[in-house]
Design a protein around this ligand. Structure first.
Ligand code: GAP
Length: 441
């Protein structure tokens, strides 16, 4: 789906091509496809899970491990339902739903205006507010007192653990708690492949600061997060900030920005960065009756920290890096599709390809792969012609291939082929690992 601001448009060629590559090569598939699928839910294949793990690892490394002011957390997906009363989700996490009186299809009221369906759809029902949280039950009795929700964001797991983290660590504001995990939203109109999902994964940081410093930290995190996306190789001219207007801003928020990417269906939110005031901790303190304030020893003052929150979807980040990396080009009269994925996130970094399955090439190539495996994400492939294997590695974004040929045994050297330049250099086997490390950083 498009964003709340733009009506839905037809899927564009670029997205369709990527979805087809994703299926053909094993990045993502429609969930439970053999049963006709289920809307808004996708399954991730061998390359998809590798890419997601690399994205999550890159995020965790930059947000937690390389800093001394952020710690991690992994809270439950199902929480005490009071959490969602306090956070405001039970009352307000809703979208306006309308139904076409003719075909009974349901739409988000803010997305139907101006869309094609409105032109030939006839009349719509009055909008009613539809809560996006999935409900289920804990225990054997399906009564309203046993009703719980699947979390629609990971953030609340952080807020309810604020005191636990303060009491069990040496963290003091300004400091952050980071979390990566699944979230669920019963979106009325999921779509645009993995852009808007009903089950998705989030990478969220809640950064707790003294009240007076909130806007300074908002500025800081805006820049940090933009840098992170650029560091994954996303073209800078395809990224921009969009500031939320006063109407869009939650009543408690001090300011909010989206990092937008120019998707084939238009500029849309990739990540949200919000200054949330002290709304969440204050509400949890009020509803739980537990003290969630912080006492600053140095200044001798007690306050409820304010929060700056950068929040990004793993799936949306994955879609962005894939779309941005996708290229079709003609090289020396040959057509190729290439994913120019940054080597830090490429599912496979080095493919080891023997020119033939015959000995001694097979043993040599197997040995080379075993030697390189501890240092790089490798794949051994001896099927099909070498041309087809290069094309496959280009399509899945492998930055380098090592080709073992008929000379290798004699000269104890192999060829490194680069995905981007399509150059080939001969390197002694003993120096392969260093040569690749130099190229892969
Ligand atoms: N705690 C803040 C929060 O939940 P949000 O803007 O609703 O904010 C943050 O979500 C990010 O999560 C979005 O920028 C997007 O990357 C991702 N996201 C949100 N809803 C999504 C959905 N239905 N499918 C895929 N990703 C989604």
């Amino acid at each position: 789906m498009a964003t709340a601001r733009a009506p839905e448009r037809e899927p564009q060629g670029a997205l369709e091509k990527l979805v087809s590559l994703a299926k053909r090569r094993g990045f993502f598939f429609q969930s439970s496809e053999i049963y006709g699928g289920i809307q808004g839910i996708w399954d991730f294949g061998p390359l998809g899970v590798a890419l997601r793990n690399n994205l999550k690892r890159a995020w965790w490394r930059s947000m937690v491990e390389l800093r001394d002011d952020v710690v991690g957390l992994d809270a439950g997906i199902i929480m005490n339902p009071q959490t969602w009363v306090a956070s405001g989700h039970v009352a307000n996490f809703t979208d306006p739903l309308v139904e076409c009186k003719k075909c009974h299809q349901r739409f988000r009221a803010d997305q139907v205006a101006g869309s094609r369906h409105e032109d030939d759809g006839g009349e719509f029902t009055e909008a009613r507010q539809f809560n996006l949280m999935f409900k289920t039950f804990v225990g054997p009795v399906e009564s309203s007192s046993a009703q719980v929700y699947l979390r629609p964001e990971t953030a609340q797991g952080i807020f309810v653990n604020f005191a636990n983290v303060i009491n069990s660590t040496r963290m003091r504001p300004p400091f952050g708690i980071a979390q990566v995990g699944k979230a669920f939203r019963n979106e009325i109109t999921p779509g645009n492949s993995i852009f808007r999902l009903r089950e998705f994964e989030m990478m969220e940081l809640e950064y707790f600061v003294p009240p007076a410093d909130e806007l300074k930290w908002l500025e800081y995190w805006k820049e940090q997060r933009m840098e992170w996306h650029r560091g994954l190789g996303i073209r800078p001219d395809k990224l921009r900030f969009r500031q939320h207007g006063p109407k869009e801003l939650a009543h408690y928020a001090r300011g909010a920005f989206d990092i937008e990417y120019e998707f084939p269906f238009g500029w849309s939110e990739l990540e949200g960065i919000a200054a949330r005031g002290n709304y969440d901790l204050t509400e949890h303190q009020r509803v739980s009756g537990k003290d969630l304030s912080y006492f600053d020893d140095l200044k001798r003052e007690r306050y409820i920290p304010h929060v700056v929150e950068p929040s990004v979807g793993v799936d949306r980040s994955m879609l962005t890096v894939l779309l941005d990396a996708y290229n079709e080009e003609e090289v020396r009269g040959e057509q190729r599709t290439v994913l120019r994925l940054h080597h830090a996130i490429a599912p496979i970094q080095v493919a080891i390809l023997p020119l033939s399955r015959k000995e001694p090439l097979l043993s040599l190539a197997t040995r080379v792969e075993h030697d390189l495996r501890p240092f790089f994400r490798t794949e051994y492939d001896d099927t099909q012609s070498i041309g087809k294997r290069y094309r496959r590695q280009d399509e899945i974004g492998t930055p380098f291939a090592v080709t073992i040929d008929f000379e290798t045994e004699k000269d104890q050297a192999a060829t490194i082929r680069s995905r981007d330049e399509m150059t080939q250099v001969r390197v002694p086997l003993a120096e392969l690992s260093d040569a690749l490390r130099e190229r892969l950083g």
